[in-house]
Design a protein around this ligand. Sequence first.
Ligand code: SAM
Length: 328
Amino acid sequence: MLRDNHGRAITYLRLAVTDRCNLRCHYCMPEHGLEWLSRRELLTYEEMLRLCRLLVSLGIDKVRITGGEPFVRKDMMQFLTALSGLDGLREIALTTNGVVTAPLVPELKRIGLRAVNLSLDTLDRERFFRITRRDELPRVMETLEALLRDDIGVKINAVVMDGQNTEDIVPLAEMTRELPVDVRFIEEMPFNGGDHATARPLWDHRRILNTLRGRWPGLEKIPDPAFSTSMNYRAPGHRGKIGIIAAWSRTFCGTCNRIRVTPQGVLKTCLYDHGVLNLRDKMREGWNDAQLTEHLLSAFNHRHKDGWAAEEARRGAPVEESMATIGG
Ligand code: SAM
């Protein structure tokens, strides 16, 4: 098994396949979008498959496809199909905003995808528009229905923002009563493409938990799966779980099993680091798998202890790149 210099297992790759997105969530990017990467700057599908194959041979057994919005990249389904054929890969997961995903769900099912994270910060159409700057709630809800119909596991992710959607915490959590979905509330992080300055979030994990307890005094703490980033709960009698992800407070670094590859092929061994190895350039310089392996292992051996140390090591580079350039 792959282990880092702190003894943590590394088993999970989050691969961002594009920086482009069909929403403009203000906690992620400015209204005008980003300076999108050119096609040449992006990893090609062949390069992604090569990296996945290599990382799986080293011990990665789960790959999550994220972005940007994965399905705005052309031929995404073909890439997913190729990835699903990779020997040794135990699980492929996907994070999507659900805007164009509904018609693709049967195909996702067919290639064996069992879990989708759906980003949904509110059930109110006006608030959805205010947050995402696009009027797409109905299409996202169609995706949710399609996923449930095809029995694909759904985790709904909601970023909690003061003055934006805190009134949605209870209605979103209420979905776990009848539906087989987990709903997770995420602390807002500063990765917004410079849209606005952020400090410690006013709605941290404690405040979110207090709100949930206010509605369900019998909210039960349930065991967290291995490597979980969420602290998990269940409201009395509910089918689904309710999770809280202390993404700003960084309470879960001690068991972090994740690495990330950005759309332009930069390896990140922590969400908060500034990138530790440009895999795209090395592949294009002609490095063979042995050379890549040597440098990957060295990067895993120099991992920061936690997100605070990683942020510190950025040496002044502010944490403000858009999450669409990382994948979440
Ligand atoms: N487009 C896909 C989607 O919306 O799910 C995948 C990429 S998106 C960057 C991945 C996740 O990052 C989403 O759940 C989004 O809400 C979350 N995210 C983006 N910016 C964030 C921020 N500043 N703080 C916390 N979560 C953020």
